[in-house]
Write a protein that binds this ligand. Structure first.
Ligand code: TYD
Length: 204
């Protein structure tokens, strides 16, 4: 391989995104690939601010959120993604700029513009798995914790987020029904990723 491969996992919460990303990492390592896992928001100082502020409560404006996610991403691209891909590693990335298009887009910002800005500095992914779940089901899986009213509000927001994810089309995007058993979803992901890697290694 001349360069590495970038595999991205996206989708609203409750689709088992992180578990599937970790499962694929294990599968690839078992098969002898030099694979590595990163996530966004990352562990940078921007990522930490995001986790403290943006995610916990709605204390930031959409533009402020956008700015933080993009600062975090610039750092992740430079510090983590570029070096790993230059060393021909397989990079598994848990969320990328499609999350910014979807989550900040659902707050009223322009997804097309967000994409353009991010593609000016972020490396293009080779594969994007979008784990699709109904927002109500996703919330049931992730939160036993929050109050009913809050959940309804959130469900409405996540429906918009999901719409934007569903609108992403192209050869690199794979939309998977993530309400199926984890095993089945995981098998689809492994098969698609391994087919791609084989194709890539043998030069197509
Ligand atoms: P998540 O991966 O769910 O983190 P955790 O495992 O800590 O729950 O991401 C945190 C939240 O950040 C999630 O609700 C989606 C949101 N997010 C954005 O709004 N924009 C972005 O660009 C990214 C990367 C994430």
């Amino acid at each position: 391989m001349e360069k590495g491969i970038l595999i991205v996992f996206e989708g609203i919460d409750g689709g088992g995104k992180t578990s599937q990303a970790e499962r694929l990492l294990e599968t690839l390592v078992e098969k002898g690939f030099d694979a590595v896992y990163f996530r966004e928001p990352s562990d940078s100082r921007w990522g930490r601010i995001i986790r403290e502020k943006a995610v916990q409560n709605d204390s930031l404006t959409p533009d402020e959120e956008l700015d933080l996610f993009q600062k975090d991403r610039r750092e992740n691209v430079e510090k983590n993604l570029k070096p790993a891909l230059a060393s021909r590693r397989v990079v598994i990335l848990d969320r990328y700029y499609f999350s910014t298009m979807a989550y900040q887009g659902a707050k009223g910002l322009d997804p097309g513009l967000i994409r353009e800005t991010n593609e000016s500095f972020a490396l293009p992914p080779d594969l994007v798995f979008i784990l699709d779940v109904d927002p109500g089901e996703g919330l049931k899986r992730t939160e036993g914790r929050k109050q009913r009213d809050l959940l309804f509000e959130r469900e409405d927001y996540l429906a918009k987020v999901r719409d934007i994810f569903q609108g992403l089309q192209g050869d690199e995007f794979f939309h998977l029904d993530a309400l199926r058993p984890m095993e089945d979803v995981g098998e689809d992901i492994s098969r698609i990723a391994l087919d791609f890697l084989e194709f890539f290694i043998t030069g197509g």
